[in-house]
Design a protein around this ligand. Structure first.
Ligand SMILES: [Ca+2]
Ligand SMILES: [Ca+2]
Ligand SMILES: [Ca+2]
Ligand SMILES: [Ca+2]
Length: 680
């Protein structure tokens, strides 16, 4: 681009010479900079010089020797945009690498480098960089990204270019570079999203796609749809036409196979019919098998459409084996919730909202965990919803979906968007200083000015900063030292004033409730401070208070938890309800005995409506510790010995109300207050 500009303005011989000189310097710099500058450590060897090497990278690329030269242009472009980028050859890691050895290397880098890698690109198909397999699990790149904690949750953003030849790599690299260099959010096709889906009884394919489509329409995007099944008459040609007309996301929800989608069908045989040059979508292929990247002697659909020259997709998210309905529906929604904070206002997970592909996938997996596994598939009325839900299947679902493409690639730009973040140390003591960090980040693509960042504790502003200028991507933080002197629940909130034309306001405020319990009560909730200690799957679980027209509305102070409806005073909705309230994690280490107590009140259709209390040590398996199907009035205390859980540092409690609703009834339901775990 720079050269083009020079040429347009140079007419004399001298200036032509100057242009040639500039050109030579430019070419030399492309060749030499990687060798002299950014990549000087590329021969870094893990096993020879651990202590003496100073290393770091934001973006780590692992490649076999044969693709090294071909991946350099991508590395250079990442470096040019300010990411410290390192290209490591497999031979730099070990003489003979395996998935485990490569993972060890990434773990070492994560633990020791400064900066630790945020993005990881694997260059080459599985014969160059193998996939991981857990027992009988699917092929996965997940375990290249699980570098923190004893869990299967990814901690860095990983993508793969599953290429077999240098020529294929050049195609994918060129597509990626052109996409980034020519990015222009104002192009019409960047407002279009294609949803392809199929109506099938007993499945939620269409329901999922329609939920996403309604959101997108409300956000003023053009949501194209190609639906099949029942009265929906979409065709493969409709999909091809839509892709050729341009969409920046193509999302499919139905069955799939190694070579393509089920309904509507789109397979490797249709790739020659695509001509969407310059309008490459990210494809969310939420079905089975279409990302089977370790298939022998054949490219799966995801690989083939990524490697199609100057057309097809810019990136592909799909399953390497069979995958599961319900889980997949929530994963599909999560891929959109990742990008748009307004998709599910107020919801957060450990991955920040992002427009970048690696983060979008990690976010969506956590969304699936929160909205399917932890809520026990309660929104799913079909048997498979609960039958499919097991801890090992949740892990499988984290494994089976992988990203083919650049994990750092951003697929949409929001001109103006700020978001806030809070960092609060995990400390549960009074009379000790906490360091609270409240930050504002500029996610947009414009310089923002005159921003007010405020930190509130219990709704009182305790620190603020007026920010005159916040550059693109910049983050500014208030560091506040706070010394609580009383036990209790504290509402900590970070807030940034919106700027003009801001895209989303729901990420300008973030609240965390901090409970500082006396050491002998690791959990205590009197429901006087809202529901932030709990995840609930239905609004029937809500806080009621002393303004309620219904008697005995609380046990302590003025509020309690109620599974029921303020308007009617009953819990009748006309449909069966399984309402879950799941607590935050509770630490039972360092105790000898532990007890769970709560007060409650019940009015139900006796013997048909059940109250259950469960405990889990992993958020997936639940042990029943209490059940009741009789009426209770006045309020009654329950005290349960839960000493068998002592030693676990993160148990969760679940209150579940199971209401049978075959015919109208006017029973009030279940009220709960003063839930407390105490230890001795
Ligand atoms: Ca982890
Ligand atoms: Ca492959
Ligand atoms: Ca915002
Ligand atoms: Ca209360």
């Amino acid at each position: 681009m720079m050269l083009q500009k020079q040429k347009n303005h140079s007419h004399s011989k001298e200036s032509k010479f100057l242009v040639s000189l500039v050109f030579v310097i430019y070419i030399l710099s492309i060749i030499l900079v990687p060798l002299l500058g950014a990549f000087e450590n590329y021969t870094y060897t893990l096993h020879t010089s651990k202590e003496s090497e100073i290393n770091g990278a934001d973006y780590l690329i692992i490649t076999p020797e044969c693709f090294y030269e071909n991946i350099i242009p991508l590395a250079q472009s990442k470096e040019n945009k300010g990411l410290l980028t390192k290209v490591v050859k497999l031979t730099d890691i070990a003489v003979n690498t395996s998935a485990e050895i490569i993972s060890e290397y990434i773990q070492y880098a994560y633990d020791n480098w400064n900066p630790a890698p945020t993005y990881l690109l694997l260059v080459g198909d599985v014969e160059f960089i193998p996939a991981h397999y857990r027992n009988e699990g699917p092929a996965t790149d997940l375990y290249y990204s699980t570098v923190e904690g004893d869990d299967y949750f990814p901690d860095i953003y990983v993508g793969r270019f599953p290429v077999k030849t240098a020529n294929e790599l050049d195609i994918v690299v060129n597509k990626t570079l052109n996409y980034e260099i020519n990015f222009n959010q104002s192009e019409a096709w960047r407002q279009n999203i294609l949803l392809a889906s199929h109506k099938q009884s007993g499945r939620y394919y269409l329901k999922t796609s329609e939920a996403i489509r309604h959101f997108l329409v409300a956000e003023n995007y053009t949501a194209n749809k190609v639906y099949t099944g029942g009265s929906c008459k979409g065709t493969t040609q409709d999909v091809i036409d839509s892709i050729n007309e341009g969409n920046f996301i193509v999302s499919h929800r139905n069955h799939g196979g190694v070579l393509g989608w089920g309904h509507p069908s789109l397979t490797v045989d249709d790739i020659p019919s695509l001509n969407n040059t310059g309008m490459l979508p990210a494809m969310f292929s939420v079905n089975c098998l279409s990302g089977y990247y370790d298939a022998e002697s054949v490219d799966c659909f995801g690989e083939a459409i990524l490697k199609a020259e100057d057309k097809g997709v810019i990136a592909f998210i799909g399953a390497s084996r069979y995958s599961y309905s319900g889980y997949n529906d929530e994963l599909n929604k999560g891929l959109f919730s990742a990008i748009w904070p307004d998709y599910y206002p107020g919801y957060r997970n450990p991955v920040q909202h992002s427009t970048k592909l690696g983060a979008i996938l990690n976010y969506a997996k956590h969304f699936m965990l929160d909205k399917y596994s932890l809520t026990l598939a309660d929104d799913y009325q079909y048997n498979w919803g609960k039958e499919y839900l097991t801890p090992s299947r949740t892990q499988y679902q984290f494994e089976v979906f992988n990203l083919f493409g650049d994990p750092e690639l951003s697929i949409i730009e929001f001109p103006h968007d700020l978001s806030v973040d809070l960092e609060i140390p995990d400390q549960k003591l009074i009379n000790k200083a906490y360091n609270i960090n409240a930050s504002v980040i500029n996610n947009g693509v414009n310089l923002e000015s005159d921003i007010n960042l405020v930190l509130y504790i219990n709704e009182i502003p305790v620190a603020s900063k007026n920010i005159l200028d916040l550059a693109i991507g910049e983050k500014l933080t208030i560091n506040y030292s706070w010394t609580p002197t009383d036990y209790g629940i504290y509402n900590i909130t970070a807030y940034a004033s919106p700027v003009m034309d801001e895209f989303s306001w729901s990420n300008n405020i973030f609240t965390e409730l901090i409970t500082i319990n006396s050491p002998s009560t690791p959990f205590k909730d009197d429901f006087e401070n809202g529901l932030l200690n709990w995840d609930c799957n239905t609004s029937l679980w809500h806080i009621t208070d002393d303004n309620s027209v219904w008697s005995d509305s609380y046990h302590s102070s003025s509020h309690a938890l109620w599974f029921g409806q303020e308007a009617t005073g009953n819990c009748y909705t006309g449909a069966k309800q399984m309402g879950n309230m799941i607590s935050k994690t509770i630490d039972l280490t360092g105790a000898e005995k532990a007890y769970l107590t709560f007060d409650h009140w019940r009015e139900t259709k006796t013997s048909d409506d059940w109250s259950y209390v469960y405990i889990s040590t992993n958020g997936n398996n639940w042990d029943l510790v209490y059940s009741n199907n009789s009426d209770i009035s006045p309020w009654e205390n329950v005290n349960l010995n839960i000493s068998s859980y002592v030693g676990n540092e993160s148990i969760r409690i679940r209150f579940c109300f199971d209401v049978d609703q075959n015919s109208f009834h006017d029973y009030r339901g279940w009220l709960v207050d003063d839930i407390c775990v105490y230890i001795e």
